[in-house]
Structure formats: C-alpha cells, structure tokens
Design a protein around this ligand. Structure first.
Ligand SMILES: Nc1ncnc2c1ncn2[C@@H]1O[C@H](COP(=O)(O)OP(=O)(O)OP(=O)(O)O)[C@@H](O)[C@H]1O
Ligand SMILES: [Zn+2]
Length: 830
C-alpha cells in the first residue's frame, strides 16, 4: 500500500500539500524537505495516510525526512491548528513561526556499521566478493571501503564518508536497506553554556593620563556598574565614533580586563545589582491571597484561567515569582511572557537572579543560533523557567504547569504579520491544551480580558492597594486651553508643571516627563499653502530630527527628516515642494525638543532622555535605568517607554504632555489606550517612601478617559467604556476583523476593493456587519496602497466562515493571497 503524507509549507496558501512517502516514513510533527514549484521547501508533516489523492496530477515524493521524532510536542501541533483556524492563517506559516528553523537545517546524517555489515566485511576479507549482486565491481569495492572505514564502530558523518571513500548517498542508503549500516540523524546542538566576553572595569587601578576615547570607554563602563558585554560595548563605541582598538589599549594598560563568562549568568544592569529583588520581600496579605488562589488552582490541576487585576505598585511581580516557585516545587515548568524584555530589563534580571540556571530567556534580539540553543535546552527540560516575549508562547516546555502574561493589555503581544496572533489569547489556549493554569496580569486589563472575567470565564484576582500602604499619587489636570488664554503662547510645558518640577528637583527628588513622540518636531508645514512634508513611500508626515554634535540619531549629515513608518530620510527642503514658498515651519514638539527646552528651563538639572533614538537595545536601557536608580539623572523625559513597569523609588513627580492627542485617532480603542497610558505612567510616581504627584496637561480635561485616570478609577472607566462598545457593536461585544487590500498599484487596490465590496453586498450577510471599503487611515505605507473593510459579527464562527468565503471568492477573481491581509481581532485599524 502506498503511503502519503500531508505537509504544511510556509507559503501564503490556506492548505496542506500531499507528497508520496519515499523510504523513511515520517511521523506527524517531523520536518521534511519537499519539492515545491521548483524549490526545496521545509515543511512539517501533519498527517500520514493511505488515501491516494484523486487528482490526476503527479504526486511528488518527499526528498528528505529531517527528524526521526516529532519536533513539536502534540499540544503545540494542536495549538498550531487552532491558530490557523482562528486567525485564518496558513498552517505552514504558523508552524514556521513556532520553530527555530534557520539554525536547525544544520542537522546531518551519520552512519554506523551494523552487525550484518561486520559479517559481510569479515566474509569478504576471507572469500572476496562472491555474492550475486546488481552492483558493479567498482561499487562493490566502494561498499567494502565504507565498511572498512566504519569498522572501528564510531558513527561518521556522511560528508566524511563521501570524501574518504567516494560513496554517494544512494550507495549508503542501499547499504542501510541491506542492514549493513545504521543511519543516524544528528543535530548539531551547540554547547548551551556558551561563553561570551565581558569587559570589566579594574576598580583599583590608579588613573594615568588618558585620551578622550579612553575616558569615554571608562565612563561607559562606570555608568553600568563596571561590567558590560564586549558585544554591547563595541556597539555603543561605534555609535560614539570611538575606534574599537581603544578597548585593546585599555586592556594592555591594565585598566580593563576582559572575562569570559557563561552567557546566561551575565545580565548586568539594574535588576541584578543594587536593588532589592521582588522575591526578597515577605508577601503582604493581598499578595498571599492572590498567590493562594493561583496555587490552589495549580494543585487542583487542569485548565484554569485567571485575571490578576493589581493596581500599579501593588507588587504583582512578587506574586509571579512565588507562583513560579510553586510550579517548580511541584515538578512543573513555568512560562512568563513580558511585552518587551529590552524595555524592562529589571524583570528578566530578577528572574535570572532568582532561578539562575533554570532560566531561558527568549526575545527578539537573539540570533537564530542562540534561539535554537535555548529552544533545545527547554525541550530537554533543562530550563524549566522561560521568560520571553510574544513568540515564547511557543516554547517547547516540558510539563508546563503555569503561564503568566505580564501587562496583558500591552499591544506588543499582537503580531503584526502573518500569522497575526495575539500572544495573550494564544497563551490562554496553550494553557487549555496543556491543562495548565494561566494568569493574565495588569493594572489596566484589556476590555476583552475584563469582560471574560465578568462572564466568569476567568477567575478574577484583585490587588487593590499598593504595597507597604503607600498611597496612590495625587493627580492634577492642567487645562492647556486656559494656559494659552492666560499666557497667549503655545508652550510645551505649562507654568504649573515648571513650578512643580523646580520644587521637586529642589527637594532632591526625581521627575519623569512623558512626551509621547520622538524627534524634534512631528510635522513640517508650509505657512503659505498648508502643505505638509510627507514621506515619499508613506502617507504620513515626516518627523524633523535636530542635528546634535557627537552622538546623533541620524547617520548622514543633512538628512534631517525621518519617516517613523518606513525609516526613510531626506534633507529639509529649502522651500515648499508644492508652492515654493520659503515659509516652512515646524510643529508638534517631540522628546528631543522637550529635552532641549528642559535644559534651558533647568540648567542645573541632570537630564536624561528615553526614546527609540537614545535607547536602541537592552544595554542602553540598562545604562539609563542604572543612572536613574543611582540618582545620576534627576529629570527624565521620554516617550511611552518610560511608562513601562519601571520601579524607581526616587520619582515623586510625573508630568504628562500631549497624551490626549491620541484621543482623536480613528480607532475605537483610542480612549482605552489613553486611559492605560495615563494610568501606567502615573503609576511610576511615589513608589518609594514619599508620596507622588502627577500633572496631566490636557486639552480635553472633561473627557471620561482622563477623568477616570485622574481618579485611579479603572472599574469606573471600564463600566463607561463597555457601554460605548456595546452600543457601537465593538469588541468585546462583537468579534472583529480588519481586511486590508493592498497593492503597489493604486488602480489595482481600488479595483479589488470594489470587487470585494460588491461581493459583500451581494452576499447579503445578515449576521456580519461590513464597514467599507474605505481608504485605510494610512492609505499608503512603504509604497503600498491600502484599502480596508472592518467586519463585525456576533459569533466567531460566522466571522470565520465569511472570511474564508471571501478569500475563496478573491481567488476566483485573481486577487493573490498576499494582497489581502486578514487581521482577526485586529488591535490597530490603521
Ligand atoms: N510585600 C512587599 N512589601 C514591601 N515591598 C514590596 C512587597 N512586594 C513588593 N514590593 C516592592 O514594591 C515595589 C512594586 O512592586 P512591583 O514592581 O511588583 O509592582 P507591580 O504591581 O508590578 O506594579 P506595576 O504594574 O506598576 O509594574 C517593588 O519595589 C517591590 O520590590
Ligand atoms: Zn515612510
């Protein structure tokens, strides 16, 4: 009976492909190489069967089976199937995202001599080749030389055998069939405890005369507590224009030593040094109660989802630790998902400090090799604690008992490319397939999760007070309309904020100011004709970045305008490109301008800036946070990065500038996002012994999102926002999908949008509301024109069926799958 296997391939097609089994029968979950439209593609076997396909076209054979056993455990295969179904995504693309593929292809075959082979070798030596054989003499001789070569009993790589004996793969496989040889698949797994170089400042050294470059390196090291990965140090040196050889000079002079340490144990930065770790506190009553609920669920076993609503500073991290420890004690593993490791290095640092060798970190800055290495450690059960960003939800954990999703409301959990899954929701499904406990934690839970808790689907665990009876900060609104009336001037900082900042600095305390746009000015406008300078590739304004000497964000001189969507740059034109007027002016202050203005206002303040231009990676963030913790910086300005879970005890004043601008964005989640941002950034104030204060500058002081945020009233906000969502049939009262039609050709995009629009009309869907077609809010992005539909349905199944029917119709109309983006549970409608 002929055997076939269905293979999921990483191509944008919603189907699997059937191949004929050729020799080795693959198991479900193994990877295979197969021919696909002229290329060799790697796919994952999802079914092995005997049903000869009925179509007349030729079934090609599998070229190679890469794994003997399933690479993915069964529950991850199930999870992949669920994602493909739920998000209307090709299964092969889902599986590709789950596997550390790139580094894996390095698996190779080895051969070892078998008992039968030894016999043949021995007999051959005695009597020469006497068997009847279809092989030529030359081939028989070659077989003998292979047996000879392998006589010692060690397995040898195919490549080594080939060059030593001239045998090809066919010949070797023939010998395997005759049972003369045994074939083994060997993955080249690298040593998990890989070493990396760390530069360490020599503390005792007396400083001799140094040049500027040498001083720069020493200062860099001193700023992070004296240790830094050489890799990171090199990066920031290059950026500052310091030649790499300088480091060598310092080593020669005995001022710096380079040590080799096992990679996982070095994390550096604030989490590990200087600060009390969250797990060192005895838990308070509320924390004990939360832990009790979670631990009891783990003891009972089975799938149990929880929503942990704990206000800012209520000590959620300590509860996570304790719960993870309980999982370990019960012989289980635990997974902690965080929005972005680079933005909250303290969290990862504390985990490593607490769980040491048990921890694997998974994040976007790993190389494919590093990722594969961690993946294997986890799969072998060596790392039972995994901390990672979105895609870590696919970590091949052994005996998974607990999943925690920290800051579950964070939009970085949504993947903005196929498969467009939401890490939080996948975490819940994963827990279901694994029969594990899952905890979604936040001070500002998403409306989706809150509604699940209200319906009783998730158990609600609450922590309504800050640790150590610390009060919530006082929030004061500054009405910027009034400020303008009274001063007659448009200023970034109000008089009230300046006054409070000065007073706080005078008391020796720290200030954080949120200015949620990077760059100097967000728009360049022509005063004569009103034209905005837009990106050539995208329908968005370009942001002006001011040149600064030395460490500059923009590499090429003169290229001062940058598109924050596609990254393209160009010089500021001398005149308006449209009307040639020379009256261009700059509008909308960004963090760079904020910093400059603060330097004028507070010349003695020690100012720092935190945004994508000053923080490129984890080490930049660690350095900046270390300077804040140490008090070296007492005034920090930055974008929403500053609102992310940092725990800096000296901060007593938080100022918010222009956060309500986002209320005007065409997105039904605008109010929710503004509320979350205000609450999270306010939560940075008063986390130490002194009470905090928050000043929110706003043009919409009466807006409910701002009012409720000022009162720290999450339940109040949610109640109001739920009403609005119910009226408007938006999630969580409906399920939603965004369908984007895209093409480099405008005519094509509009024509297809029309075609699909007519189909939706004809289909007369009574259970699905279709809005559109309309130009997407950003109609052109990276040279691609975009139109969209928003679909809303009461039931998920109806939505899924409609999307599939639409895709099938689109195919008949010659609209390629890559020109259609289907985004189920879309987070951004832009
Ligand atoms: N039981 C406790 N007693 C005293 N301090 C504690 C206790 N538990 C935690 N802390 C400390 O309280 C601070 C806030 O804790 P944590 O960072 O976990 O808050 P959080 O709930 O995650 O807040 P956010 O949502 O703002 O990030 C930390 O400095 C932590 O070390
Ligand atoms: Zn652009």
């Amino acid at each position: 009976m002929a055997l076939f296997c269905d293979v999921a391939l990483p191509v944008p097609l919603d189907q699997t492909f059937t191949y004929a089994v050729n020799g080795v029968v693959p198991v479900v979950g193994a990877r295979v190489l197969v021919p696909f439209s002229g290329q060799r593609l790697m796919g994952v076997v999802v079914r092995v069967h005997e049903d000869a396909p009925v179509e007349e076209f030729e079934i090609k054979p599998v070229q190679q089976v890469l794994d003997d056993a399933a690479l993915l455990p069964e529950e991850l295969m199930k999870l992949a199937g669920w994602i493909a179904q739920y998000y209307v995504a090709p299964l092969g693309e889902v599986l590709r995202g789950m596997l550390p593929l790139a580094a894996e292809v390095k698996r190779h075959f080895s051969y070892r001599i078998a008992e039968q082979g030894r016999k043949v070798l021995y007999e051959g030596a005695m009597k020469g080749s006497s068997r009847r054989s279809k092989l030529t003499v030359e081939e028989q001789n070659r077989e003998y030389s292979v047996l000879n070569y392998l006589e010692g009993g060690e397995a040898e790589k195919m490549s080594a055998l080939r060059s030593a004996t001239g045998a090809n793969k066919g010949l070797l496989e023939g010998m395997v069939r005759k049972k003369w040889l045994v074939r083994e698949v060997v993955a080249e797994e690298r040593d998990a405890r890989r070493l990396e170089k760390v530069a360490v400042l020599v503390a005792e050294a007396r400083l001799p005369k140094l040049n500027e470059n040498q001083t720069a390196i020493l200062a860099e090291l001193a700023a992070v507590g004296g240790r830094m990965r050489v890799r990171d140090l090199r990066l920031s040196l290059t950026r500052a224009g310091v030649p790499e050889s300088t480091l060598g000079t310092l080593v020669k002079r005995g001022l710096v030593v380079v040590e080799e340490v096992a990679e996982e144990f070095h994390l550096g930065g604030v989490g590990v040094q200087g600060k009390k770790h969250a797990h060192e506190h005895a838990l308070n009553e509320a924390q004990m109660e939360a832990l009790g609920t979670i631990a009891a669920a783990m003891e009972k076993g089975g799938f149990r989802p929880h929503l942990l609503y704990g206000i800012t500073g209520s000590g959620k991290t300590s509860v996570y630790f304790a719960a993870m420890q309980r999982a370990l004690d019960a012989g289980k593993s635990a997974l902690l998902l965080v929005p972005e490791i680079g933005l909250t290095p303290a969290m990862a640092g504390q985990m490593v400090a607490a769980f040491a060798g048990e921890v694997a970190l998974l994040h976007s800055q790993l190389t494919p090799d590093e990722r594969a290495e961690q993946w294997h450690r986890i799969r072998r059960g060596e790392a039972r604690i995994v901390v990672g960003t979105r895609s870590a939800v696919f970590a091949p954990m052994v005996d998974l008992g607990l999943i925690i999703v920290d800051e579950e409301h964070d939009s970085s959990y949504k993947q903005e490319e196929t498969p467009r899954y939401h890490g939080r929701d996948v975490a819940v499904m994963r827990a279901k397939f694994n029969e594990a406990v899952v905890v979604l934690g936040s001070a500002t839970p998403s409306l989706e999760s809150w509604s699940n808790a209200e319906k009783g689907r998730y158990a609600l665990v609450e922590m309504r007070a800050r640790v150590a009876d610390r009060p919530m900060p006082l929030v004061e609104l500054v009405d910027m309309r009034e400020e303008f009336r009274e001063t007659g001037q448009e200023q970034i900082f109000s008089r009230r904020l300046i006054e409070e900042t000065q007073a706080t600095l005078d008391r020796g305390e720290q200030v954080i100011l949120l200015l949620n746009r990077r760059g100097y000015s967000s728009t360049v406008l022509c005063r004569s004709c009103g034209e905005k300078i837009e990106c050539e590739n995208c329908a968005v304004s370009m942001t002006y970045h001011k040149p600064v000497s030395g460490n500059d964000a923009i590499a090429q001189p003169g290229q001062r305008l940058e598109c924050h969507y596609c990254g393209s740059r160009r010089p500021v034109p001398k005149a308006c490109p449209k009307c040639e007027s020379e009256h261009l002016y700059f509008l909308g202050a960004g963090s760079q301008q904020g910093e400059e203005r603060l330097q004028e206002l507070f010349p003695t303040a020690r100012i720092g800036r935190m945004d994508r231009d000053t923080v490129r990676g984890r080490s930049d963030m660690e350095r900046l946070l270390a300077r804040l913790h140490g008090g070296e910086i007492n005034l920090l300005v930055g974008t929403q990065m500053i609102a992310k879970g940092h725990d800096i005890h000296g901060v007593t004043l938080v100022g918010v500038i222009g956060a309500d601008f986002a209320l005007g964005l065409p997105d039904f989640r605008a109010a929710e996002r503004v509320f979350q941002l205000l609450t999270q950034v306010s939560g940075r104030a008063g986390r130490g012994d002194l009470i905090g204060k928050v000043l929110v500058q706003t043009y919409h002081p009466d807006h409910y999102a701002i009012q409720f945020a000022a009162k720290h009233d999450y339940p109040g906000f949610v109640a109001k926002e739920m009403q609005y969502r119910r009226w408007m049939h938006y999630p969580p009262f409906a399920v939603l999908a965004n369908v984007v039609i895209q093409s480099e050709k405008l005519e094509e995009a509009t024509a297809w949008a029309g075609t699909l629009g007519r189909w939706f009309q004809k289909a007369r869907l009574d259970k699905v509301r279709v809005l559109g077609p309309a130009a997407a809010p950003i109609v052109k992005l990276k040279r691609i024109y975009r139109f969209h539909f928003v679909l809303k349905a009461e039931r998920r199944q109806t939505l899924g069926e409609t999307l599939r029917a639409m895709l099938a119709y689109a195919e008949t109309q010659g609209i390629a799958r890559r020109n259609l983006v289907v985004d189920v549970d879309a987070v951004h409608l832009m």
